[in-house]
Design a protein. Structure first.
Length: 472
């Protein structure tokens, strides 16, 4: 089941990820670091507001919808009632913020950011509907459509001379077009009379700590952009954010693919068959996360010099390879925490404990950024990110054991490590390479070598599973 759904999500997330990488490469050649820095700051602000205000709806939906299949209309009505209340709240707060902004550039950017926030939140909630219903095809169509439309309209508007605003409008169009048809369909089943206030309270109690945790995690990932803007300038934000986005997208997408397929299966196993069945799914999830995430991180670390040269424009080249390496490591740590170790809190519904882990990590990140950015520039922000994520992994792993014990690594994890080391050695022997052809060839050969080693060592029953036609 995990392999089958994972294969669907490879397309569902892999396609948009490729488009995103292309978009980053194109933007680095069309925009100045200052313009991209402004765009990155708006996206970070919208993302933080989304996590703080709307995230609890998305997380609660994923956790509780499987148990309300016979009362779907009531669940949808309650969910949209909660969303409407939050939309009104953010409209009031956003209007007050607009009145307080004097800078005409940031007034315009903020005015665009407010409707972008609402559309992004709705889009994210509807994606979770598809994920909860184990509908990776619809999920993939929406995600890919968003990425393609955002790139097409963003590039067109940049060429028309709209700067950072062009990317924001492009993203808004990319979100809205694939969202409207399914949104209209879902709204037809929503009725004010079906709103269940008790359910809304339950969703809030479960989701609010998780939303705060997600917001704190987002702060670790994005507070450095605001601090770089404060301590350095918007151009430094642009150089840092674009390279960060490139590395984070490259490594993060493989973790996301596994989590998208694995988490709903873990929840269903726990709800239907109990803790032992959930433990079995968690064991499979751990092997999949490490099996794709570790080699992806090691591979990016090795090919970073050529990848930076090929994918980034000249204005974004400074420290790009070194920055990509550090961000790749940070992404590995963050995704393992979020998609494995933090599940202990979520499965046990001890989400408040998870929030304290994220709060400690966020505080550490802010302190280290204040210390290291003035001393080391944008690299200081990368160092702070890795240290903060490393702390969060350790804290989550230690505290989570008292909430819901997770399966310990077994011999397959060691085999994955051996295969990753061999793949890394192969990349080192091939050298850095020069140009797109070398980049593609090195990635292809290294991936093939890694997969062959997994097959030969029969990791997670890979060889015997295929030979026996296993669907696990």
């Amino acid at each position: 089941m995990l392999l089958r759904h994972g294969a669907f999500y490879v397309v569902a997330r892999g396609g948009p990820a490729i488009v995103t990488l292309c978009a980053i490469s194109v933007y680095s050649r069309l925009l100045s670091p200052e313009a991209y820095g402004q765009y990155a700051l708006v996206i970070a602000g919208v993302g933080l507001a989304n996590k703080l205000v709307f995230e609890w709806l998305r997380l609660s939906l994923l956790r509780f919808l499987p148990g309300y299949q016979t009362q779907r209309s009531m669940f949808v009505s309650t969910l949209f009632a909660g969303f409407a209340s939050l939309l009104l709240l953010t409209a009031i707060l956003g209007g007050a913020a607009l009145l307080a902004i004097d800078d005409p550039v940031w007034l315009e950017l903020t005015a665009i950011g407010l409707p972008l926030l609402w559309i992004q939140a709705l889009f994210d909630v509807h994606l979770e509907f598809q994920r909860s219903q184990l509908s990776p095809v619809t999920y993939g169509i929406m995600s890919l459509s968003k990425a393609l439309l955002a790139l097409a309209f963003g590039v067109a508007l940049v060429w028309a001379g709209f700067g950072a605003i062009a990317l924001l409008f492009g993203l808004m169009i990319g979100l809205l077009v694939p969202l409207l048809p399914p949104l209209i369909h879902e709204l037809r089943s929503a009725r004010p009379a079906l709103v269940d206030r008790a359910l809304l309270v339950t969703l809030c109690r479960y989701g609010a700590p998780l939303a705060m945790t997600a917001a704190l995690g987002f702060i670790v990932q994005n507070s450095d952009r605001f601090m770089i803007a404060w301590l350095l300038d918007d151009a430094a934000v642009g150089r840092y954010a674009l390279t960060y986005d490139l590395a984070n997208s490259s490594v993060g997408v493989v973790f996301m693919v596994v989590n998208l397929a694995a988490y709903p299966l873990v929840i269903r196993a726990l709800e239907r068959d109990g803790r032992e069945a959930a433990q079995h799914q968690l064991r499979l999830s751990l092997k999949a996360l490490v099996g794709v995430g570790l080699p992806a991180t090691a591979g990016l670390v090795m090919i970073a010099p050529n990848a930076a040269t090929v994918l980034l424009g000249d204005q974004f080249q400074e420290n790009a390879a070194l920055l990509m390496r550090w961000i790749a490591i940070g992404t590995l740590l963050n995704q393992m925490r979020a998609f494995y170790f933090d599940l202990a809190f979520q499965l046990a519904r001890s989400t408040l404990m998870q929030m304290w882990v994220s709060a400690s990590s966020a505080l550490l990140n802010v302190v280290l950024n204040l210390w290291w950015i003035p001393a080391a520039g944008i690299m200081g922000a990368a160092y702070a990110t890795v240290v903060s994520y490393g702390f969060a992994v350790v804290a989550s792993g230690l505290l989570g054991r008292s909430a819901f014990p997770l399966p310990a690594p077994d011999g397959d994890i060691a085999k994955i490590g051996v295969a990753t080391v061999a793949m890394t050695l192969a990349l080192w022997l091939m050298g850095n390479g020069h140009g797109m052809v070398d980049l593609v060839v090195h990635i292809g050969l290294a991936s093939l070598a890694y997969l062959v080693l997994l097959w030969l060592m029969n990791v997670a029953g890979l060889r015997s599973g295929f030979l026996m036609g296993s669907k696990e």
